[in-house]
Design a protein around this ligand. Structure first.
Ligand code: PBG
Length: 331
């Protein structure tokens, strides 16, 4: 009887060296992709109020900050373009040219000698006058076929400008296939696609839509993003279809509320998985920390560790610079 009251599970937790020795799941700088916002112009570094520590940059100031982060060990970033309302149109044609803010910035980053992996978010919501993720359709929200074809065109433009990883985020059916085939035809068969395969219609994207000026002018995105109330089978179906169409990495988004989905996909697919620690998750951490209610660094690392434990290899987070600081303090 006595053995039930003695040490059973705790034996391995008592000495700190043994505790550390047994750690299986760690967050590394090399896991991170840092999402950044870029707009046309010079010398811009405009704070995003709902995301403390996040800025809208022009290419020159972005390059300065990216260089510093590269020195601190950052290996990858992801670009989002932000443009003025007057430059938007029904189809988001801004982003279908070599003159787009994202193409310009990619070339400038490469010219500056930054060797990090340059990922690009592929969508239309930042560039359309109505704010939806493609060409509007009155019945279905977005014209899927026309938008998928445009995604293919956008991918080739960004590949030409120097993108290293293409990340379609619009949840269009057949979007990955369209991108894969136009990339191949244009000679970019080697470029990996990280698909936002499992993307929920989430209220956690609120602060991002301020940062990217991409909120829909009317309606919402429930006609193309997933309903959080569907069970995990829909997520598996979305992910398997994207892999069949040519996706190399599958993303789940948001992160923390969908860890069950991430873990289930880890058990189902063999492709690497990514988790997006989205704007609302970041804003909540920052706000509670500002109030002194939580320890920002500890809660951040615990959160990102949970993504890795659930099966993610890749973590997209606005807190990437914080993580670099935290990791460098430890060593
Ligand atoms: C574009 C896009 C969104 C995010 C990434 N790509 C917004 C949306 O779908 O409305 C959200 C990122 C975040 O909240 O951090 N479609």
């Amino acid at each position: 009887m006595d053995e039930h009251y003695g040490y059973t599970m705790r034996r391995l937790r008592i000495h700190p060296a043994l505790r550390e020795m047994l750690v299986e799941v760690r967050v590394h700088a090399s896991d991170l992709i840092y999402p950044v916002f870029v707009r046309p112009g010079k010398n811009i570094r405009k704070a995003v109020p709902s995301m403390p520590g996040v800025f809208q940059y022009s290419a020159d100031t972005l390059i300065k900050d990216l260089k510093k982060l590269e020195d601190q060990g950052l290996r990858a970033f992801m670009l989002f373009g932000v443009i003025d309302e007057k430059d938007k149109d029904e189809s988001g044609s801004h982003i279908l040219s070599q003159m787009s803010v994202v193409a310009d910035t990619l070339r400038a980053i490469k010219r500056a000698g930054i060797g990090m992996l340059a990922a690009v978010d592929l969508c239309f919501c930042e560039y359309t006058s109505h704010g939806h993720c493609g060409i509007e359709d009155k019945t279905t929200g977005v014209d899927n076929r026309a938008t998928a074809l445009n995604l293919g065109k956008q991918a080739v433009q960004l590949a030409k400008a120097g993108a290293d990883l293409i990340a379609p985020s619009g949840m269009m059916d057949g979007g990955v296939a369209a991108i894969r085939s136009t990339l191949s035809e244009a000679g970019y068969d080697h470029l990996p696609i990280m698909a936002y395969s499992v993307k929920y219609a989430s209220a956690f994207y609120g602060p991002f839509r301020d940062a990217a000026a991409s909120a829909p002018k009317h309606g919402d995105r429930r006609q193309y993003q997933q309903d959080p109330r569907r069970d995990r089978r829909e997520a598996i179906e979305e992910a398997m279809r994207d892999v069949a169409e040519g996706a190399d990495i599958v993303m789940v988004k948001p992160g923390l509320p969908y860890l069950d989905v991430l873990a289930e996909l880890r058990g189902t697919l063999t492709t690497p998985l990514a988790a997006y620690h989205v704007s609302g998750e970041y804003a909540m951490l920052k706000a509670a920390a500002e109030k002194g209610w939580i320890d920002f660094e500890k809660v951040l690392m615990e959160t990102l560790t949970s993504f890795k434990r659930a099966g993610a290899s890749v973590i997209l987070s606005y807190a990437a610079p914080d993580v670099l600081e935290i990791l460098s303090d430890k060593s």
